[in-house]
Design a protein around this ligand. Structure first.
Ligand SMILES: NC(=O)c1ccc[n+]([C@@H]2O[C@H](COP(=O)([O-])OP(=O)(O)OC[C@H]3O[C@@H](n4cnc5c(N)ncnc54)[C@H](OP(=O)(O)O)[C@@H]3O)[C@@H](O)[C@H]2O)c1
Length: 499
């Protein structure tokens, strides 16, 4: 008798699927989705008959699309590029010209898509909406009108999910009218990062940390996502977004949730999301004069060799919105519950800063009584980029006779070095989760709306203030107020350790 495969192996067996990427010729597809899918294919995680069907308004043939992907994507997957796999991967690609219009008759492309998909309801069908959010509702309605939404269909929604609570609700209502919540995958690619998943393992698969993961032992937490790039050519988008909507509402709040959440009862789709939701609901609201004290908004001005936001090359000149939009924000947040009472969570994100880094820093309290001079408190640093890993900074004695001299040294875990494998891109993990029907690392409707509920009053206060954001020179460490936000309680932002 053949031994039956283990549950893990069964889960790993890929099903044949059709992945329909709406916006399949766009930047996100070319830079992220297709390289991720190639790596999945190379690792044997795409079933033999799985197809990737790109939709756009461009009149491309299948071969045109393959030529474009060959020219634009192959260079992005140099490690381990296998010509045989590459040929197999290209053969999976199809292109169907479809115009998703707001109203009116269905574009003829939907008929072609229906013919390509066939009537096979047993096959997994995934609609990945890599397109602007105002197209989500119309896309779902038209897919249904075209008879393409089957019980085995899922839909993936890219960020941004609206620009405030009202618009997020509208998108959720429109998509929810066609797909059940269990079929909707709202992606936040930060949740697919190795370090982020390792944060859960670190907290809940090790006994030593959880007893000290609270306000008795932790002084504060910092979550920073800093970028060196500006927004050349993207002002049209960025004027309407800004750092708070673009980064904090989704990525930074999701990271905060994973740091602050209670241990879930199980590692399953609802338990983790239930706990994250409780954190979002426990965030102390910030509005009015508190927004002045606890939030900072900045906009980069000219810096060494770099233009200011308003002078970035673009198709159109700056508008009123350009003068008001923040390219930097810092916030002092609080999670009002038993575990975290009094522990500030400092959030920071911005463009044209000195380094490109995403990290969570958990700063422990100092020893209650020091017998050595010159110590500093322990610090746990979870690095999401550029090189994913975890460092626990402890105090050690410098070698040598004579006086004891203390030095903070990192006990480090680099995933790439320790495990000797390529660290997969977050999109690989998340795409495979969608294919496997596992929504644990995707945001549920109530989470997204709870995040907007916290963000909206901050936005409203900023809007009503009528003052421009604080300028900071491009390439500098952000506006002075961001440093005062911590400085007034004797704290400072964690900056990159010198190499
Ligand atoms: N780029 C990123 O790194 C990134 C990261 C996270 C989230 N996102 C979000 O993902 C979405 C797409 O971003 P992107 O940078 O890939 O944009 P993009 O480069 O402008 O691509 C948009 C894609 O959508 C297609 N499209 C647009 N309107 C359409 C319509 N009415 N009917 C059919 N196809 C249509 C475009 O093709 P045609 O114009 O040929 O029709 C193109 O394939 C945006 O909402 C963005 O905010 C992007």
């Amino acid at each position: 008798m053949n031994p039956s495969p283990s549950p893990a192996a069964q889960r790993a067996t890929p099903h044949d699927a059709d992945l329909v990427v709406f916006g399949g010729t766009g930047d996100l597809s070319m830079r992220k989705l297709l390289p991720a899918l190639y790596h999945c294919d190379r690792d044997g995680r795409l079933a033999p008959q799985t197809r990737i069907i790109a939709l756009s308004r461009g009149g491309l043939t299948d071969d045109d699309l393959r030529g474009k992907v060959d020219a634009e994507v192959r260079s992005a997957v140099p490690e381990g590029d296998d010509p045989e796999v590459w040929r197999r991967f290209l053969a999976r690609l199809r292109h169907v010209p479809v115009d998703v219009r707001d109203d009116g008759d269905l574009h003829e492309g939907w008929r072609d898509l229906a013919a390509l998909l066939g009537g096979n309801e047993d096959r997994d069908r995934i609609f990945y909406l890599a397109s602007p959010p105002m197209t989500f509702g119309p896309f779902c309605r038209q897919a249904q009108q075209a008879g393409l939404v089957t019980p085995r269909s899922r839909v993936v929604l890219e960020k941004p999910l609206g620009r405030d609570l009202a618009s997020a609700r509208q998108i959720n209502d429109e998509v929810g009218a066609i797909f059940a919540e269990s079929q909707i995958y709202r992606i936040d690619h930060y949740l697919g990062k190795e370090t982020v998943q390792n944060l859960l393992v670190l907290r809940f698969a090790n006994a030593f940390l959880e007893p000290i993961w609270n306000s008795l032992w932790i002084d504060h937490v910092q979550i920073s996502v800093t970028e060196t790039v500006g927004t050349p050519g993207r002002r049209g988008y960025y004027d309407q977004a800004g750092a708070l909507r673009d980064m904090v509402q989704n990525h930074l709040l999701q990271l905060l949730c994973l740091v602050a959440m209670e241990p879930p009862a199980r590692n399953d789709r609802e338990s983790i999301r239930d706990e994250k939701l409780k954190v979002l609901q426990s965030l102390r609201p910030i509005s009015g004069s508190e927004a002045d004290r606890f939030t900072v908004r900045g906009q980069y001005a000219e810096g060494p060799g770099m233009p200011g936001y308003l002078d970035e090359p673009d198709r159109s000149p700056p508008t009123d919105a350009s003068y008001r939009v923040e390219t930097f924000t810092a916030i002092r947040a609080e999670v009002k519950n038993w575990r975290w009472a009094g522990v500030p969570f400092y959030l920071r994100t911005g463009k044209r800063l000195p380094s490109r880094r995403s990290e969570i820093v958990v700063q422990f309290k100092d020893v209650p009584h020091s017998i050595f001079p010159g110590g500093s408190p322990n610090r746990l640093v979870l690095r999401l980029q550029p090189s994913e890993g975890i460092d626990l900074h402890i105090m050690a004695k410098e070698p040598g006779a004579g006086e004891v001299t203390l030095r903070p040294v990192p006990l480090g875990l680099s995933f790439a070095r320790t495990f000797g494998t390529r660290v997969p891109d977050a999109y690989e993990r998340l795409l495979m989760d969608v294919m496997g029907g596992n929504p644990t690392l995707f945001m549920r409707r109530d989470e997204v709306e709870a995040a907007w509920r916290w963000i909206d009053p901050i936005l409203a206060t900023w809007d009503s203030a009528g003052t421009p954001p604080e300028p900071y020179p491009a390439g500098s460490a952000g506006p002075p107020s961001a440093h005062e936000l911590l400085g007034r309680s004797g704290r400072a932002w964690h900056e990159e350790e010198p190499a």
